[in-house]
Design a protein around this ligand. Sequence first.
Ligand code: HEM
Length: 425
Amino acid sequence: MDDGSIDIQRAARAAAYGMPVSEINPADPELFRTDTWHPYFERLRKESPLHWAVSEEEDVGGFWSVTRFDDIMAVDTNAADFSSEPAIVLPDPAEDFTLPMFIAMDPPKHDVQRKTVSPIVAPNHLAYLEPIIRERAANILDDLPVGEEFDWVDKVSIELTTMTLATLFDFPWEDRRKLTRWSDVATAAPDSGLFDSTDPEQAEQQRRAELFECVDYFMRLWNERVNAPPGNDLISMLAHGPATRDMDRMEYLGNLILLIVGGNDTTRNTISGSIFALNRYPEQDRKLRENPALIPSMVSETIRWQTPLSYMRRTATRDVPMHGKTIKAGDKVAMWYISGNRDETVIDRPDDYIIDRERPRHHMSFGFGIHRCVGNRLAELQLKIIWEEILARFPKIELVGPPVRLNNAFVHGYEKLPVVIPTRT
Ligand code: HEM
């Protein structure tokens, strides 16, 4: 499919190398909406591996960017010098609307809250979830139209991950799309098209109002579960866990948003990314269909190649020297996983999508250190199942137009992916 992307990439390369390096702002969402971020990060890795930029977006202000694989690893595994408080995204929380969540906490509170929800992804619970997810994946795929264009993001990626999330929360089934909406609203930019107004203040008011609806809804579920014996869903775990049972309303909302966004957008965008990548690299699609045993390594390669969360932010707790510069105490630092995953000194041919790499799990998409993704095995499981079921049904899934990408520097993904399934097996 020729979507003009080669010309776009050529122009992006000229622009990225034509400007003074000091002017590069890697957090510009436009780079992600237009999929032109590659040459900017390539240049930063080579010429400015610790890079200062100032972003006007959402009052971010000045921040450091770390773009090489080994440097990202060093920051991510050093929680003492690089705190996750007050936020893991570049904008600071609004003073009048702070949502505490354990991804944005340091030890010891982080550790005990993380431990409270960890049983949800214990091997025995994943084994329990596998047939449930498989049955749903099969139903979703069996209902897809054949020979007719549809949006893969909406009909498959969102549907499957929302169903899984509803199961993790034991959430009322008929209302499950509310989870999708809250997940989108929590991270969307004011001009994303999700809000009634693109005016930042009005969009923010709407976001808050919808998130309050979210916590009110979940409060009812909490009240039911706290009076029942402990169950193996996330709400019950939070309501009964000694480290979480006394959370106030905002902390409950914060942790809910963490679990909703963590479990939803990321996996959704990986499922979409797998369709996009296998269309862009048809020889990899053939390889996969000839040898379905490659599914697990294809899944990991997609998670690397897509990098569903472009970065995580830290805040320096003391002055830290790096590459001849000094990160000052209080400075914001973005660890660009999306760039570390393209570091040519660590990963061979990093821009290429190669489903049978020797070490497919050698990537940064789940982070490292004490905050490493809790749900990584669950994400991989969902991807593995959907692809086993796809291969059993469809000889081809054809991308029939350019994807619409998110206008977002944090969540790296797709809004729409137009496809046609020509025939069933
Ligand atoms: C491909 C899918 C996914 C990707 C790429 C992803 C990525 C990430 C990343 C980058 C982090 C932060 C790591 C760090 O700071 O070092 C994280 C943390 C987290 N993820 Fe995921 N995630 C995915 C799926 C999931 C799923 C399915 C769940 C749901 C259970 C989940 C729940 C979480 C939670 C709760 C945290 C916070 C962990 C902590 O602070 O200790 N994630 N994830």
